[in-house]
Design a binder for this molecule. Structure first.
Ligand SMILES: C[S@@+](CC[C@H](N)C(=O)[O-])C[C@H]1O[C@@H](n2cnc3c(N)ncnc32)[C@H](O)[C@@H]1O
Length: 297
């Protein structure tokens, strides 16, 4: 696992200039910010970019702001091969949810770090195509995401619930979830951490998070993880991936790249299904996104 001092976790540090790529320079009141957020006379902090907004840009979603689009596009210039991983992540999720519902009779989903709604491709909609009785709990810690999710993903109040929860505090999250009475945790669920655990730092200890969640789940539950991986040292994608993660860490939130082994270890008490194990989804070839499904015995 990475340690808190590991350079793969790059923390926000405004004293460090971005070497020539960042389009609006290093001061918070430069001209491009005027373009992005409107004229202003006083220096002010950079606008807050959110993970959901930057990611939404890559998915061609509409829920993103101008500075989030600039960050997304700049990252895509630095590491263009990673773009395929974003849509591949959603393709993989759709396939996994369909298979778990149709082949394993999973009827309960917990989607942690759900992001903005994607009408037609939301996980509860995928489940409902073959299992109208499926129930979903969407979880996020971004209040704007929560507002959108409540407006657009709770069309049938008996099928979906949206809760304010933070992956870093799994016991509190599950207490909140249980208080809704929406799911029966004595029965198996699919717990989903898609494109979110790389937003947990080594200090946050995502392996601890997964184990704490497992302690609240019934045997036969499934865990889905997708995570951007750190390429090997001789892989030409390594430096661009580090550079893109550094930009994101500086201007959105800390982004932790983990190796294949680090990500596999996050499954903890869940046994990775083999095949396919932990792999880049077929439509994400070229990206370093790794995705896998585990089962709790
Ligand atoms: C990159 S988006 C992924 C969205 C969706 N899971 C997917 O794969 O399409 C990450 C989401 O995780 C949320 N998030 C980040 N840190 C979180 C945390 N500690 N707890 C809960 N949600 C978190 C963000 O607000 C954002 O909506």
């Amino acid at each position: 696992m990475t340690s808190p001092d590991d350079p793969r976790t790059v923390r926000r540090d405004w004293s460090q200039p971005w070497p020539g790529i960042w389009p609006w320079g290093d001061t918070p009141d430069s001209d491009i910010l005027d373009e992005v957020t409107g004229p202003h006379s006083e220096p002010r902090p950079r606008p807050t970019a959110t993970p959901a907004g930057v990611y939404g840009r890559w998915l061609a979603g509409k829920d993103n702001r101008a500075h989030e689009r600039v960050i997304a596009e700049t990252m895509a210039e630095i590491a263009p091969f990673q773009r395929a991983g974003v849509t591949a992540n959603r393709d993989w999720l759709a396939t996994q949810i369909h298979d778990l519902v149709t082949q394993q009779q999973i009827r309960q989903l917990i989607d942690v770090g759900c992001g903005y709604p994607l009408p037609g491709a939301n996980l509860h909609e995928i489940a409902h195509r073959t299992a109208p009785d499926a129930r979903t709990v969407y979880v996020d810690n971004d209040e704007v995401v929560l507002a959108h999710a409540r407006a657009l993903m709770t069309d049938d109040a008996s099928a979906t619930v949206v809760i304010d929860g933070d992956a870093r505090y799994p016991d509190h999250l599950f207490d909140t979830l249980e208080a809704t009475g929406h799911l029966d945790l004595t029965r198996p669920v699919a717990l989903i951490f898609a494109a979110v655990l790389h937003l947990l730092t080594p200090d946050d200890d995502p392996a601890r998070v997964v184990t704490a969640c497992a302690n609240r789940l019934a045997p036969g539950s499934y865990l889905l993880i997708s995570h951007v991986a750190l390429p090997d040292e001789d892989d030409p994608r390594r430096q661009p991936t580090l550079d893109a993660a550094a930009l994101y860490s500086r201007d959105v939130m800390p982004f932790t790249l983990r190796t294949y082994q680090d990500i596999a270890a996050l499954f903890g008490p869940f046994t990775l299904l083999d095949p396919p194990g932990l792999a880049t989804p077929p439509t994400g070839t070229g990206s370093t996104l790794l995705a896998g499904t585990g089962r709790l015995s």
